[in-house]
Design a protein around this ligand. Sequence first.
Ligand SMILES: Cc1cc2nc3c(=O)[nH]c(=O)nc-3n(C[C@H](O)[C@H](O)[C@H](O)COP(=O)(O)OP(=O)(O)OC[C@H]3O[C@@H](n4cnc5c(N)ncnc54)[C@H](O)[C@@H]3O)c2cc1C
Length: 361
Amino acid sequence: MKTVILAGGGHTHLEVLKRLSSHHDASVKWILVSASRYHYYSGMFSGFAEGLYSIEDIRIDLKQLCEKKRIHFIEAAVESFDPEHQTVTLSDGEQLALAYDRLSLDIGSHTAPEQIEGLAERQTQMKPAHLFPDRIEACRKAKELVIIGGGAAACEMAFSFHQWKQQHGRKYDRITVIASNEFIDRKSDQVIESMFEEKGIHFIKNDYAVKVTDRYVLTQNEKNILYQEVIFLGGAQAPKLLEASGLPVDQKGFMKVNAGLQTIDDSSIFAAGDCVALVTHPDLPKSGVYAVRQGEVLYHNLLASLNREPLADYTPQQRALILLSTGGMEALMLYGNWRKAGRWAWMWKDYIDRGYMRKYQ
Ligand SMILES: Cc1cc2nc3c(=O)[nH]c(=O)nc-3n(C[C@H](O)[C@H](O)[C@H](O)COP(=O)(O)OP(=O)(O)OC[C@H]3O[C@@H](n4cnc5c(N)ncnc54)[C@H](O)[C@@H]3O)c2cc1C
């Protein structure tokens, strides 16, 4: 009997689970180890923050899915893995070591950058995703909410919390976005910035948050911004256990994988999603759309590797469609040079997101 351990219930492993038949080869034991019983779909986080979706709308019950597929499910965090002895150490109260023949990592990324002093212990953590729903109410009701980060997720969350506050009589609350870089590109940013202005979202541009104290976020340009809740959405950070394994990681600590999503020095370990650095595309954005597409190749390659067959290559799509929710059931569509905003764009996003969830629920 061979054992395949899927570590982490992220977007890519969901695709693997979807493809696995419930009558899969009985000589292979599949185990999913996830830090949470649920997979939370970040594409719907903004709608959840705004109050458009319930918790059940945005999450998938991994335990139930595994039962359907006759896959063993363990709710625990992977603490470490040992490539030499082919074991994974879990922490579910007691330490538990599991042996594997193939290990696949899809443990996502974190949002706790060490370079901002005091942030890690004070932020409302959005990743790993299962930590976020419990803090949503605190962010909605914070009189001063600060979002650090320049990117689509930071914009969406600012718009969504703003909309929630408008609808719940909290119009004197303040939301501040601090961004050191472009959100998307120059033209899209002009649209986003004018929306911030229109809605009264305070925007600090071309500045870095450098320190977080109990009450203030301090920036490089010496601004002190009062906060009750602070969220960091300024880029994905690598889970520490990747580098600790001794396998090659990039300069940020993400696991290096080849086009077959196989780690560089160990053919029995695969990895996908946010936690990897693809050697063929080192600048690939950390985005759910890429993680989902990797699922088909990962599924094929795990089976091919067990059967000693050739692996397939993953090639990212050239362009990705961005539907950025701007609050109040409106969205901005960005695709190549196209930029269009409106309710129709939100309806389209909602249709895609709900369709995505239906595939697994
Ligand atoms: C607010 C926000 C909004 C976003 N919106 C979008 C969007 O609209 N579209 C888009 O394409 N991307 C979006 N992203 C980016 C997207 O969330 C990530 O790129 C995507 O989740 C990556 O998928 P993944 O499979 O790598 O990991 P994830 O989907 O994050 O899953 C990782 C899983 O691993 C589990 N896990 C973590 N550590 C361990 C461990 N040690 N042991 C076991 N299990 C573990 C976690 O519980 C989690 O279930 C957004 C991100 C944020 C923060």
